[in-house]
Write a protein that binds this ligand. Structure first.
Ligand code: GN1
Ligand code: MG
Length: 372
């Protein structure tokens, strides 16, 4: 982790936008979304909206790999008929490329702003929960036929939880901040769950589960719904599409969606993992994936649900101790608070282990797999 570049100045943004092949004069450029890593702006031109984005070069070591992966993914999906999944298309630069570098070496790209789409602040009902699960499952089903070797690692070590744990333990040891009660509680929480960190990595190493093409970051903010909220239209934020584990995606999606108060809430004590929403998401996910998932995949779903908020909590906590160099913050202490929220989710997941395991078994009809 290292310091992200300072936010680009507005004149620079306008110059950058002008280098993309848009026929109309440029209108307003304004910050967009709640992303924690890249700089994202909306751009109006000729009555059309676009998304202008600068990739955080301190996080992504080789941003051109992201662009290469997007090309591979786009071509793969274009070959499949009627995918039921929309991905934002890229606007070419005037030189005919799909991204460009600014004077500081940062990589920029311009994408279509998918019209008539919204993100949900929270999931309101079971139908929406099923849509969330189904759109992630559809993505996994569609990319199941894309060989992972065709994709570059855009963010090496992204979900290597044991590495995050190691780093946290090293940083915590050096840190004077342990006089703080919240910090001490977090440290105890982590120390008593160290064994959790390598549950998926160990299964991967043992050959129990394969690496597959993953989204990497399927949180609720990255799923676009139709304006009336009736169905999911698109998965966005494809920077972390790379070889990984579908368990990471499913766990990450659930930790984001089933925490109804959101990952930025002020009150960690009010955080719950909503098992009813989880049931809907799992049912939607199963409807798209049960034909190609193996029982060994499904057997790790509970662990993945527990692992992903643990991992994100570790990441927030480490970043807090390292001076907030990775995740953008709006106020001091925010990454520590966010870590506590993720750990509160882990604890509530643990309290509901039996329920969640039963839900998984029901949704994926485990008995059927055992006898198959
Ligand atoms: C980051 O940049 P953004 O907001 O899409 C992070 C995810 C976290 C998420 C938590 C590349 O995503 O892993 O789950 O914050 N992305 C990266 O909100 O680290
Ligand atoms: Mg992201």
């Amino acid at each position: 982790m290292c310091q992200p570049p300072a936010t680009s100045d507005p004149a620079n943004r306008r110059d950058i936008a002008a280098r993309f092949a848009i026929a109309h004069p440029l209108g307003a450029i304004a910050p967009l979304g709640r992303g924690l890593i890249n700089d994202t702006f909306s751009l109006d031109a000729g009555g059309q909206r676009y998304v202008l984005q600068r990739i955080n070069g301190a996080v992504f070591p080789a941003p051109e790999r992201i662009m290469s992966n997007l090309r591979v993914l786009g071509a793969h999906l274009a070959d499949l008929a009627d995918t039921g999944l929309r991905l934002p298309s890229l606007i070419a630069t005037r030189e005919g490329g799909d991204s460009l570098r600014d004077a500081d070496g940062s990589l920029w790209r311009l994408m279509e702003f998918i019209p008539d789409a919204v993100t949900l602040a929270r999931i309101e009902n079971d139908a929406q929960a099923r849509e969330v699960g189904a759109v992630l499952g559809r993505f996994h089903r569609l990319v199941a036929s894309l060989p992972i070797e065709r994709l570059a690692l855009s963010l090496p070590g992204f979900h290597a939880t044991p590495e995050y744990l190691k780093r946290f333990l090293a940083v915590a040891e050096q840190s004077p901040g342990q006089g703080n009660k919240n910090m001490r509680d977090c440290l105890d929480f982590v120390l008593s769950r160290q064994g959790l960190a390598d549950v998926l990595e160990a299964a991967l190493k043992a050959g129990t589960i394969p690496r597959r093409v993953t989204h990497g970051d399927p949180k609720l903010d990255n799923i676009l719904f139709a304006r009336d909220g009736s169905h999911a239209l698109a998965l966005i934020d494809l920077d972390t599409v790379q070889p990984g584990l579908i368990q990471h995606d499913l766990g990450d999606c659930l930790r984001s969606c089933c925490n109804r108060v959101g990952e930025g809430t002020q009150d960690a004590a009010g955080v719950r993992f909503d098992a009813t929403l989880c049931a809907g998401i799992l049912a939607g996910y199963a409807s798209e994936t049960r034909d190609f998932l193996a029982q060994a995949d499904i057997d790790l779903f509970y662990d993945a649900i527990r692992l992903m908020p643990f991992e994100l909590g570790l990441r927030f906590l480490t970043d807090h101790l390292e001076g907030n160099r990775y995740f953008r913050i709006d106020e001091p202490g925010q990454n520590l608070r966010k870590a506590r929220i993720q750990f509160a989710l882990v604890a509530d997941i643990e309290r509901q282990e039996e329920t969640l395991r039963a839900l998984i078994a029901t949704c994926f009809d485990s008995g059927l797999y055992e006898s198959a």
